[in-house]
Design a protein around this ligand. Structure first.
Ligand SMILES: [Zn+2]
Length: 235
């Protein structure tokens, strides 16, 4: 079995557990090496559990800890936080360069990120400005920047260029790939429940997640699935 490295990019702690917790848990079981890369530490979120607005540094600490617990349950090897400002992520050249360095350091064959294509703006959650900026910045970092030896980031770490092989875009309005998560949906639920500060009504999560995953599973004749738009990256 090929030993693939998978880099999973999201804007906020909990984005990735929602988008692909079942897939990453299934792939970790297969022996893939999974990294979660969170652009922000979620310091702009309220503490919904205690109904508190906490100082940003305190909130960031809570949410990073929640994300590490969740990732650990899923079998993720490491969680990286890039320190972008929650609520103010912009797809700048500086961010592209930061992401190019991360891609060249981790050298993933597979990337999972948010879909920058076919934005329908029919969901405030999906089309959060940080999600849109993250989606665009990751897309632009993968190709051509990270794989092009002539592309030299500012604050260059001197790492060799790296071409990602394939990308799975989550939250897509036109998915073309469904991954069976029947064996790992319970881990996904546990991971989601780890984000305690973000869940005023944790009892409602399981029903919603099983319903969504059930609809996607029906597309491939499995009980539960997650949906992606998969693309090959030009080599
Ligand atoms: Zn988010």
């Amino acid at each position: 079995m090929a030993h693939d490295v998978v880099a999973v990019f999201g804007a906020h702690p909990d984005d990735l557990d929602w988008a692909c917790g079942g897939t990453t848990a299934a792939w970790a079981r297969e022996g893939k090496e999974i990294y979660f890369v969170l652009l922000t530490s979620g310091e702009g979120g309220e503490d919904h559990l205690r109904r508190l607005v906490l100082p940003p540094a305190e909130m960031a600490e809570i949410r990073e800890a929640e994300q590490r617990i969740a990732a650990n349950l899923l079998g993720v090897k490491e969680v990286l936080f890039l320190g972008q400002p929650d609520g103010r992520v912009e797809a700048t050249l500086a961010l592209r360069d930061q992401l190019v360095n991360v891609i060249r350091r981790l050298r993933p064959q597979i990337v999972i990120s948010m879909d920058p294509g076919a934005w329908t703006f029919d969901s405030f959650y999906l089309y959060h400005p940080d999600h849109r900026a993250t989606a665009t910045a990751v897309f632009d970092a993968i190709y051509p920047a990270a794989g092009n030896p002539c592309y030299v980031p500012q604050a260059d770490e001197g790492l060799p260029a790296h071409k990602v092989r394939e990308v799975y875009w989550s939250g897509s309005s036109r998915p073309n790939t469904y991954i069976d998560i029947t064996a790992t949906i319970d881990l996904k639920l546990q991971a989601l429940l780890s984000h305690r500060s973000q869940l005023p009504n944790p009892d409602e999560i399981a029903t919603y997640v099983r319903q969504m995953a059930g609809q996607r599973g029906a597309k491939i004749g499995s009980r539960y699935a997650e949906a992606f738009r998969r693309m090959d990256v030009p080599q």
